[in-house]
Write a protein that binds this ligand. Structure first.
Ligand SMILES: [Zn+2]
Ligand SMILES: [Zn+2]
Length: 174
C-alpha cells in the first residue's frame, strides 16, 4: 500500500477507518488496471455507488472530485466504484468483497491496507455507459427571491421563472 496516499487520505478525511482503506485500495486497483495517474481534468471519471468514507480517498488520490464533475454519485448503496478512462476507452467496476465477520475494526483496516487488490474486489465491467462531460449551465435569476441558479434547476410557476426553494412552497421540489 502506498503510504503517502494513505497519509494524504487520512489528513483530508480526518480519521483512519476501514472505509477509507477500501477507497485507497480501490484507487490502487483502478490505477493499475486502467493505467492512469492523478486526473487533473476530466479524463478519468469515477462513479461511486455509496457516499461513505472511501469516497474521500478517491477524491484525494485520483483527482476525481464532485467539484470537477468527474465524480458521480449513483446511490445503490453498494460498496462499488466504477472508473472510466475517457482517452483509453476503458472502464472497470470494482465491487468490494465481504470480509470475514470475526474481524474487528482495527483488524479490518489492517487487512484491507495490506491485502492484494484482487482479494478485496471483484473486477467487473459496468452495465452503463460513460457519463457525458460536465456541462456548464447558464444561470438565471429567480423572479421571486432574486437568487441566481443553474438554468436546468429552474421551474415555471404562474408564468414566472422560479428557483427550487421558491417552487417548493407549492410542491415538494427536488
Ligand atoms: Zn471514515
Ligand atoms: Zn427563488
Amino acid at each position: 500500500m502506498n503510504k503517502e496516499w494513505w497519509e494524504r487520505a487520512v489528513q483530508f478525511h480526518g480519521h483512519e477507518c476501514p472505509g477509507l482503506a477500501i477507497g485507497c485500495k480501490a484507487c490502487e486497483a483502478a490505477m493499475e488496471e486502467l493505467g492512469f495517474m492523478f486526473s487533473a481534468d476530466e479524463e478519468i471519471v469515477c462513479v461511486t455507488e455509496n457516499d461513505a468514507c472511501g469516497v474521500d480517498a478517491i477524491q484525494v488520490i485520483t483527482g476525481c472530485t464532485f467539484g470537477k464533475g468527474n465524480l458521480i454519485y449513483r446511490g445503490t448503496g453498494k460498496m462499488a466504484f466504477t472508473f472510466f478512462a475517457r482517452d483509453l476507452g476503458k472502464s472497470l467496476r470494482l465491487v468490494f468483497k465481504p470480509l470475514p465477520p470475526e474481524m474487528d475494526r482495527g483488524q479490518r483496516q489492517q487487512y484491507i491496507l495490506h491485502a492484494a487488490v484482487k482479494d478485496l474486489f471483484e473486477f467487473k465491467h459496468p452495465n452503463y455507459q460513460l457519463p457525458e462531460k460536465a456541462r456548464i449551465f447558464n444561470s438565471m435569476v429567480c423572479e421571486k427571491c432574486g437568487e441566481a441558479a443553474a438554468e436546468h434547476k429552474m421551474r415555471l410557476q404562474d408564468h414566472k421563472t422560479v428557483c427550487l426553494d421558491c417552487f417548493e412552497e407549492y410542491t415538494r421540489g427536488w
